[in-house]
Design a protein around this ligand. Structure first.
Ligand SMILES: C[S@@+](CC[C@H](N)C(=O)[O-])C[C@H]1O[C@@H](n2cnc3c(N)ncnc32)[C@H](O)[C@@H]1O
Length: 214
């Protein structure tokens, strides 16, 4: 089993970050424990870089679009996604993000204001299992979503629910990113994201869907 603490790096140049507020928070964060107080349970570097580049490479320039993220947490990755849309010239685009925890939602709103991307983000507060489908209908037409990060509850049944709910809204060439895809659970425990990806392999085989694994 891989240790997730090894995934987030801190010995990198903060100048590589595409958003100055995230760079400022990362400059205050020499290690994981400190970083958690500034940016929360976020993907961090180099995951942010991967997502930023994926959006830049995958989205058409100057065309409005909607990115979906479940699990906003402190809003750090949301800010990176919004920055990518801005840098593409997609100023009318939105990141629609979902968060169940009111305190996290407040921290996220504050971060987005400081990061200069608040206008490009719509936050839905509540349990994604209750609000996801109606919100997707509100913000997306069928087969319109080209990029989603599913990163809320990591329980296998919840990941399955999120993926199956967003599936009708995905464009044929959509990229869906999951976090914590490594084998984290012991035998007999909930198999989490890794369990969903393993059990869904047969069900979704043959689709042109691209899964990015962090
Ligand atoms: C791993 S963090 C997300 C990190 C964030 N995507 C980032 O990279 O910065 C997971 C977040 O999902 C939220 N969450 C967990 N279950 C949820 C649910 N059922 N509905 C909405 N949010 C949920 C948690 O409160 C937590 O803030």
């Amino acid at each position: 089993m891989r240790d997730p603490r090894f995934f987030r790096m801190f010995d990198y140049s903060r100048g590589l970050l595409p958003n100055s507020e995230i760079a400022r928070l990362e400059a205050l964060s020499p290690d994981l424990a400190t970083a958690r107080t500034h940016t929360g349970a976020t993907l961090g570097w180099p995951g942010w870089s991967l997502l930023y580049s994926l959006v830049l490479c995958h989205h058409p320039r100057n065309e409005p679009s909607v990115i979906i993220e479940t699990g906003s947490n402190f809003g750090a990755t949301t800010a990176i996604l919004a920055q990518a849309l801005f840098d593409l010239g997609c100023g009318d685009s939105r990141v629609v993000t979902f968060e169940i925890d009111e305190e996290c939602a407040e921290r996220a709103r504050s971060l987005w204001t400081r990061a200069g991307v608040a206008d490009m983000i719509h936050l839905v507060t509540g349990d994604v299992r209750e609000v996801f489908e109606d919100s997707l209908r509100q913000f997306l037409d069928e087969r319109q979503c080209r990029f989603a990060l599913l990163d809320a509850s990591h329980l296998e049944a919840d990941v399955k629910y999120e993926f199956e709910t967003i599936r009708p809204f995905l464009a044929d060439d959509a990229v869906v990113v999951f976090d914590n895809t490594y084998q984290i659970a012991e035998i007999g425990e909930d198999q989490r994201v890794n369990g969903f990806l393993r059990s869904s392999r047969d069900q979704f085989e043959g689709e042109s869907r691209q899964f990015a694994l962090l």
